[in-house]
Design a protein around this ligand. Structure first.
Ligand code: PMP
Length: 426
C-alpha cells in the first residue's frame, strides 16, 4: 500500500480530497484509496502491483470487462482521424440509430458527455415542453449533480424540497418534490395536491445509488398511470441500468415505456458519454428544432462514439446477458449462503448484472430508510477484509455492485472463497 499512500498524500495537496469524484476517497470505509495503474477483464491492479477482482467496473460502464479489445481498437482507429471536429459526423448517426434499435422508446436521441448532463437536459425539456416547473424524484435516487436534483425532502411529503448541498438556491430546490421509492401512495398524495403543476417524474427504475433496490411489482406501472393521468412526463434515468439490467434497459426488463430516457456509463464503453432521448415530439422540442436550449462543445465526440458503438455492437447478442445474469445470481446466492453459514445477518438484492449486499436483519430491502439503517460498521469490516483478499467492492455501502462478461464462474468462485474467509471473521 506504500505507493497508494504516497500518491494519496501527494494528490491531496492539489486535488480536493485527492480525488476527482468524492466516493473514490474511501471516506465511507476509511483507509487509503487504491490508486489504479491498469485494468483488464475482471481485474484491476493498484500502484503497488496488487491485483483485485473488480465489482465496481468504473461505476458501471465496463459490462464487457475492462480493456475490451474491440473497444480499445475502435478508439485507436478513431483517434487516428482526429480527436474532435465540432461538426457532425456519421458516427453520431450510427450511435443514435443503434440506441433507437436497442431502446425503441428513444425515437430521437441527443448525445452529451455525462449522466449529469443527460438528466439535467431531460428535465429542462420536460419543463419546457409541459410549461410546468415542479418535478418529482425519489428519496435515495441519484441523478447526477445538477442543482434541481441535489434536493432532499422537506419535513413532510407535501412540503417543498430543500437543498441537499450548499450552493443550491432554495428557490431552485423548492420546485423539486422528493417522495419515497417503491411507495405509490406517497406519489399519489403529491399528485393529488400538485398534479397539474408537475412537469415530470424522474426515477432510477432499479435504484442503484442506495445500494441495489429493484422496483416492487406494480411500482413502475403505477408511475406510468399517474403520469398519464396528469399529463406529466415519465423520465427513466437509465444511466446505470441501461444495457445492464437487460439489453434494452429496465424499460425492457419491466416492460414500461417512459416518455424520456437518460443513458450514460455503458453507452460510452468507458469514455465520457451520456445521452437523452424519447418521443420524437418531446425531444424535437430541443434546439435547433425547438425552443429549449441545450448544447455541448464535445457532445458526440468521434472517439467517444467509436468506443460506445464498439460496446453496443458487442451487446447485441442477447445470450451474452443470460450468462452474465446467471453469474450474478450465483455470486449473490453464494454470498447469502456464506452469510447464513457464519451467522452474519445479511440480505441481498439482484437485478440482471446489478447486485446489492445489505448487512441487516430486514428480509428484503425496498426503500432508502431500510438501506441507510444497515450496519455500516460491519460493512466496513467486510469491505476491508475483501480488499485484503483481492476483491474490490464499491467503497461505500450505498452503491450497487456490477458483474461483467469477464466475471466467469472461476472468478465468482474465487470471490466466494474470499467472502467465506472474511464473513467467518466478522
Ligand atoms: N444517474 C444515475 C442513475 C447515476 O448512477 C449516475 C452516476 N452514478 C448519474 C445519473 C450521473 O452520471 P455522471 O456521473 O456520468 O454525471
Amino acid at each position: 500500500m506504500q505507493k497508494s499512500e504516497a500518491l494519496f498524500t501527494r494528490a491531496q495537496k492539489t486535488i480536493p480530497g485527492g480525488v476527482n469524484s468524492p466516493v473514490r476517497a474511501f471516506k465511507a470505509v476509511g483507509g487509503t484509496p487504491r490508486f489504479i495503474t491498469k485494468a483488464d477483464g475482471p481485474y484491476m491492479w493498484d500502484a503497488d502491483g496488487k491485483r483485485y477482482i473488480d465489482y465496481v467496473q468504473s461505476w458501471g460502464p465496463m459490462v464487457l470487462g475492462h480493456n475490451n479489445e474491440r473497444i480499445r481498437n475502435a478508439v485507436i482507429e478513431a483517434a487516428g482521424s482526429g480527436l474532435s471536429f465540432g461538426a457532425p459526423t456519421e458516427a453520431e448517426i450510427f450511435m443514435a440509430e443503434k440506441i433507437n434499435q436497442l431502446v425503441p422508446s428513444m425515437e430521437m436521441v441527443r448525445m452529451v458527455n455525462s449522466g449529469t448532463e443527460a438528466t439535467m437536459s431531460a428535465i429542462r425539456i420536460a419543463r419546457g415542453y409541459t410549461n410546468r416547473n415542479k418535478i418529482v424524484k425519489f428519496e435515495g435516487c441519484y441523478h447526477g449533480h445538477a442543482d434541481a436534483l441535489l434536493v432532499k425532502a422537506g419535513s413532510g411529503a407535501l412540503t417543498f424540497g430543500v437543498p441537499s448541498s450548499p450552493g443550491v438556491p432554495a428557490d431552485v430546490a423548492k420546485h423539486t418534490i422528493t417522495v419515497e421509492f417503491n411507495n405509490l401512495d406517497s406519489v399519489a398524495e403529491v399528485f393529488a395536491e400538485h398534479g397539474d403543476d408537475i412537469a415530470c417524474i424522474i426515477v432510477e427504475p432499479v435504484a442503484g445509488n442506495m445500494n441495489c433496490i429493484p422496483p416492487v411489482p406494480g411500482f413502475l406501472e403505477g408511475l406510468r398511470e399517474i403520469c398519464d393521468k396528469h399529463g406529466t412526463l415519465l423520465i427513466f434515468d437509465e444511466v446505470m441500468t441501461g444495457f445492464r439490467v437487460a439489453r434494452g434497459g429496465a424499460q425492457a426488463r419491466y416492460n414500461i415505456v417512459p416518455d424520456m430516457t437518460c443513458l450514460g456509463k455503458v453507452i460510452g464503453g468507458g469514455m465520457p458519454v451520456g445521452a437523452f432521448g424519447g418521443k420524437k415530439e418531446i425531444i424535437s422540442y430541443v434546439s435547433p428544432t425547438g425552443p429549449v436550449y441545450q448544447a455541448g462543445t464535445l457532445s458526440g465526440n468521434p472517439v467517444a462514439m467509436a468506443a460506445g458503438l464498439a460496446a453496443l455492437e458487442q451487446l447485441e447478442d442477447a445470450s451474452l446477458y443470460d450468462s452474465i445474469f446467471a453469474n450474478t445470481q450465483k455470486l449473490v446466492d453464494g454470498m447469502q449462503a456464506l452469510a447464513d453459514k457464519h451467522g452474519v445477518p445479511m440480505t441481498t438484492n439482484v437485478a440482471g448484472s446489478m447486485f446489492g449486499l445489505f448487512f441487516t436483519d430486514v428480509d428484503k430491502v425496498t426503500n432508502y430508510q431500510q438501506a441507510i439503517n444497515c450496519n455500516t460498521e460491519q460493512f466496513k469490516r467486510f469491505y476491508h477484509g475483501m480488499l485484503d483478499q483481492g476483491v474490490y467492492l464499491a467503497p461505500a455501502s450505498y452503491e450497487a455492485g456490477f458483474v461483467s462478461k469477464a466475471h466467469d464462474e472461476a472468478i465468482i468462485e474465487a470471490t466466494l472463497a474470499a467472502a467465506d474467509h472474511v464473513l467467518g471473521e466478522l
